[in-house]
Design a binder for this molecule. Structure first.
Ligand code: PTT
Ligand code: SF4
Length: 610
């Protein structure tokens, strides 16, 4: 099969087995790769109701047909599982040499089940698979683990690992690579920890099968040149995603004091231009010439990586306006393997709970020393850290006092770094995202602000769906980073050309949209299957704070979302997706997309379509 290696590696950590599985061509053509492969495996192989931290759960690393073939931004893969944080479908996208070497080792994906009896490292070198004793690594940070493994396995290996947070089953533990690439927000690191899998080391020496290798070489060289020629390139290299701090501040969308406000008095001090003064270098994913990770010296004098989400969540959202200290928290999160977005949320939640007297601990906004200690307490599940390690949904259920209104999550996944008091389409993007409140599937906020903020019209729904198909569907399946497309303006036709050279097949936009629609519908079906009787359209609501408490500061003072208008927008969204009033894909929708097995299972017993 051209474009794909055509092989998945099925690993069982209980039995110490690794068995290659041939992939049918139809699976590759219908689901492309990445998220598509992941959800298909989870749907087909995971029994509904499986405990996410049990040996039976699957942990999947899946590449796409463009991963690792030398194209711009092609060092990415998806890490997916049933999420211990949300109980639904969970995944993340990580840039790492491990993605490149996985393909060169001859695999499109690794599907891991079981649980090792003691800590283990999975070592893949082409067809040779080893399970190595990892007891000496258990308890070490992601940085220490990777540094040691690099010495042992030369520099021609790709490594992903978990830190102490994953080992201690913190529900928002993430998988880390290369000291700052991080993927799997909804607790993929905890799933890895539950399997006692400390790290995966991959070495690969084979050619990835391509339909037109010569054409691909030329396209690749041209693609790199095209990226360099983009007018936004020089500024991107200077700031990466960091200029979003200033943009959010100007537009009252910078999460501040646990999303109470959209503007922060210390925004300038943590913004892109402040970062530039501290910057000592760039870091990023393999096969990328627009690397976006900004390296600065943190308050301990150590290298730390800054991206927008990290800075907003560990800066304005917790009232911290010292960028060197924000960087130190970010580095700590990378070492422990904690997702920075969820971390900034649980910290903001704890600070507010303390302020309101709902917990006995005394915390103050922006108090770096105490917050730093609290981060360690979360990673090691000590004291109040134990409650927070479960995420804000669970913490709110435990402490009560009306805190569920300001526990900022959707379906259990904490909200990314955009305040939505006055951006209903972005709120709907969070509400209907495939993993909970993440911005990956549809970042519609800049478009929405230009289109008019206080309107809930159906053109917003159309734009949202189009973005979900492109970003949440296509780019999560291709195995490439989306930044060249959405931040520098590399046209979609480039990806169609890449796909043709890789697979020998033509992929029209309609065909790609249909594949994306299939993937996103199967993800939704997975959520419905897992939640069963608990499934409800209320799960597609953003946090109540945005409906109940208006902004108190800034140019949008007084603004908040309107629940009734949001509900109408949600109805329109469901209708356009072919979903029921309850947000469930209709039988005919699943069948139209060729998901007949899913339709059969979901509608095996009468299911309310109303
Ligand atoms: C992603 C989420 C993001 S989204 C950020 S910053 W962003 C946070 N980064 C973290 C980090 O760093 N350390 C840490 N301990 N936790 C972190 N959690 C947060 O994770 C990342 C880039 C970014 S930076 C973004 S938007 C784009 N995301 C892509 C995507 O989702 N798909 C795709 N095809 N291409 C993408 N390109 C960009 O990749 P999750 P990375 Mg990430 C320090 O993991 O779970 O998807 O959540 O992968 O290799 O670090 O690249 O302003
Ligand atoms: Fe990775 Fe950034 Fe390059 Fe994308 S632009 S591939 S996230 S370094």
């Amino acid at each position: 099969m051209q474009g794909w290696t055509g092989v998945f590696l099925n690993v069982n950590l209980t039995k110490n087995t690794a068995i290659p599985q041939q992939v049918e061509q139809s699976l590759a053509h219908d689901f492309l790769g990445g998220r598509g492969f992941a959800v298909k495996m989870l749907w087909d192989r995971l029994k509904a109701g499986t405990n996410p931290l049990s040996p039976e759960n699957l942990l999947i690393f899946a590449t796409g047909p463009l991963t690792g073939i030398g194209l711009p931004n092609s060092g990415k893969m998806v890490v997916a599982s049933k999420s211990p944080l949300t109980g639904g479908y969970g995944d993340g996208n990580i840039g790492t040499l491990a993605a490149v070497y996985l393909r060169k080792a001859g695999y499109d994906a690794i599907v891991i089940e079981g649980k090792a009896s003691s800590p283990v490292i999975l070592h893949i070198k082409d067809g040779a698979i080893d399970f190595l004793d990892a007891r000496e690594y258990w308890g070490k940070s992601c940085f220490e683990t990777e540094a040691h493994l690099k010495q042992q396995f030369r520099h021609t290996s790709g490594i992903v690992s978990i830190g102490q947070a994953g080992e201690n089953l913190v529900k928002f533990a993430i998988v880390v690579s290369q000291d700052g690439r991080a993927g799997g927000r909804p607790g993929m690191g905890a799933v890895m920890g539950s399997k006692k899998l400390k790290a995966i080391v991959i070495e690969g020496t084979q050619q990835i099968p391509l339909a037109y290798p010569e054409e691909m070489r030329k396209l690749s060289a041209d693609g790199y040149k095209e990226v360099l020629s983009k007018s936004l390139y020089p500024f991107w290299k200077r700031q990466g995603t960091m200029s979003t701090v200033e943009w959010c501040q100007e537009n009252s969308t910078l999460p501040t004091y646990n999303y109470r406000e959209g503007v922060f008095s210390g925004a300038e001090a943590i913004g892109g231009f402040a970062m530039e003064k501290m910057k000592v270098g760039n870091r990023g994913c393999p096969q990328c010439n627009m690397t976006c990770g900004n390296i600065v010296k943190d308050s301990d004098g150590e290298d730390a990586e800054l991206d927008y989400e990290n800075v907003a969540m560990l800066g304005s959202n917790i009232g911290l306006d010292n960028l060197a200290e924000v960087s130190a928290l970010n580095r700590l999160a990378d070492e422990f393997g904690l997702d920075t977005i969820s971390l900034g949320n649980v910290l903001g939640f704890a600070l507010e709970a303390s302020e309101k007297g709902l917990i006995p601990e005394k915390f103050q906004w922006g108090n770096f020393k105490d917050i730093k200690t609290l981060v360690s307490d979360i990673a090691y599940r000590r004291g109040i850290g134990k409650v927070l390690a479960e995420g804000v949904r669970s913490a709110a259920a435990e402490i009560g006092g009306g805190s569920c209104d300001w526990a900022m999550h959707v379906k259990g996944l904490e909200v990314s770094a955009y305040d939505c008091h006055m951006t209903p389409a972005m709120a709907l993007a969070y509400g209907t995202s495939s993993i909970g409140a993440h911005h990956k599937d549809a970042w519609v906020i800049t478009w929405e602000i230009k289109a008019g903020r206080d309107n809930y019209d159906s053109n917003k729904v159309d734009f949202l769906i189009q973005q979900q198909l492109l970003r949440g569907g296509l780019f999560e399946a291709l195995g490439v980073c989306r930044f060249a497309y959405n931040s520098l303006g590399l046209g979609l036709d480039w990806y169609q050309k890449y796909l043709r050279a890789a697979t020998g097949k033509e992929f029209s936009i309609d065909k790609l949209n249909r594949i994306s629609d299939r993937i996103l519908n199967l993800i939704r079906a997975f959520w419905v299957r897992e939640y069963g009787e608990q499934w409800s359209r209320n799960l597609d609501l953003p946090p109540m704070r945005w409906f109940k408490e208006s902004l108190k500061e800034g140019p949008l003072k007084g603004a908040m979302l309107d629940l009734e208008r949001y509900a109408v927008m949600l109805d329109t969204y469901y209708e356009k997706r072919g979903w029921s009033h309850n947000g469930v894909p209709k039988k005919e929708t699943l069948e139209r997309l060729g998901l007949t097995e899913a339709a059969k299972q979901l509608y095996a017993k009468p299911l309310s379509q109303s």
